[in-house]
Design a protein around this ligand. Structure first.
Ligand SMILES: [Zn+2]
Length: 277
C-alpha cells in the first residue's frame, strides 16, 4: 500500500486545505489509531460555514474551532459517531446553536440519547454536499461529496493507514461494498480524510485497499484450510509485524473477515475456533 505521512501539524489553528473554502483543525488526540489526531474540517458551503466532525470531548479543541472559524458556524456535520469524532458535538452545538446533521440511525444511540437534528439518509443533499452512506468502519458512516471533486472520506478511506473494521459496529462485507462504491465514482479528485493528510488520486488508492483486503481474506481462508484456529492465533500469524498497541485492532480486523466468510458460507465457528466450511 502506498500510504502517505505528514509532519505533526500545528495545534489549535486553522490550516488551509483548499484556499478560502476548506480548512482543518487537528484535535489534540494523537494515538496509534488516530495518527496526529482527528481532523475537524471547516467547510464554506452555500449555506454558510459547516463544521464536519467536532472531534473528541475536548473543551480546548471545541473552543479552538469556535475561535478560529472564519465565519459564523451554521451547521455541524458528523461522519460517524465514534468518540473521536462526536465527543465535542454537545459543546460545539451549545456554543453555536448550529443544528447537527448525521446518519439517521446513529451507532452511538444504543448507549446514548444522541439524535441528529437533521437525520440524513444515503444520497441526501445538505448545504450543497451529497451524503453517501458508507458503512464498514462504522454502521452509521457517511462520506460527504461536494460538486467540485472533493470527497470528505472521514475514516472510511484514509491516506495514512487502513481503517479498523471492528464488529459489531464495523462490518467487513459492508466495508468492501462501500469501497467498491467509491471506486466506481469517477468524479472525485481529492479525498479529505478524518485523520492524516489529504489523498490525491483517490481511485487508485481505493483499488489498492480493496486488493489488500481481498489478499487478507485469501490468507485467512488458506490458514483455515490448514486446520481450525482462533482469532488471536490467526492475527498473530497474519500480522506478525504489528506493534503491540495495534494487536487488538488486528484481531478485530481478522474477526471481521471471519464473520464475512461465515456470512458467505465459507467459514464456520465452533466455540472459540474457526474452521473452513
Ligand atoms: Zn476517527
Amino acid at each position: 500500500m502506498g500510504f502517505l505521512s505528514e509532519p505533526e501539524p500545528e495545534r489549535g489553528v486553522l490550516l488551509s486545505v483548499i484556499e478560502d473554502r476548506v480548512w482543518r483543525i487537528v484535535a489534540p488526540n494523537p494515538g496509534p489509531m488516530t495518527y496526529h489526531g482527528t481532523n475537524t474540517h471547516l467547510i464554506m458551503t452555500r449555506e454558510g460555514l459547516a463544521v464536519l466532525d467536532p472531534g473528541p470531548a475536548s473543551e480546548a479543541h471545541v473552543e479552538a474551532v469556535r475561535r478560529a472559524a472564519p465565519a459564523p458556524i451554521r451547521l455541524i456535520l458528523l461522519s460517524h459517531t465514534h468518540p473521536d469524532h462526536v465527543g465535542g458535538v454537545g459543546g460545539l452545538k451549545a456554543a453555536t446553536g448550529a443544528p447537527v446533521a448525521a446518519y439517521h440511525t446513529p451507532l452511538i444511540s444504543t448507549f446514548s440519547t444522541f439524535r441528529p437534528d437533521v437525520p440524513l439518509d444515503d444520497g441526501a443533499e445538505i448545504a450543497g454536499l451529497r451524503a453517501l452512506h458508507t458503512p464498514g468502519h462504522a454502521a452509521d458512516h457517511l462520506c460527504f461529496a461536494d460538486d467540485q471533486g472533493v470527497l470528505f472520506s472521514a475514516d472510511h478511506v484514509m491516506a495514512w493507514s487502513t481503517s479498523v473494521v471492528s464488529p459489531p459496529g464495523g462490518d467487513m462485507a459492508a466495508y468492501l461494498a462501500s469501497l467498491r462504491r467509491l471506486a466506481q465514482r469517477g468524479e472525485d479528485r481529492l479525498y479529505l480524510p478524518g485523520h492524516g493528510p489529504p489523498l490525491p488520486e483517490p481511485q487508485a488508492f481505493v483499488g489498492e485497499l480493496i486488493a489488500h483486503r481481498e489478499a487478507r481474506e485469501r490468507e485467512i481462508e488458506a490458514a483455515l484450510a490448514a486446520g481450525p484456529a482462533g482469532v488471536g492465533e490467526l492475527a498473530a500469524r497474519l500480522y506478525a509485524k504489528v506493534e503491540p498497541a495495534l494487536r487488538r485492532a488486528a484481531e478485530r480486523n481478522v474477526l471481521a473477515h471471519l464473520l464475512k466468510l461465515e456470512g458467505e458460507g465459507r467459514a464456520i465457528r465452533r466455540g472459540e475456533l474457526w474452521q473452513a466450511a
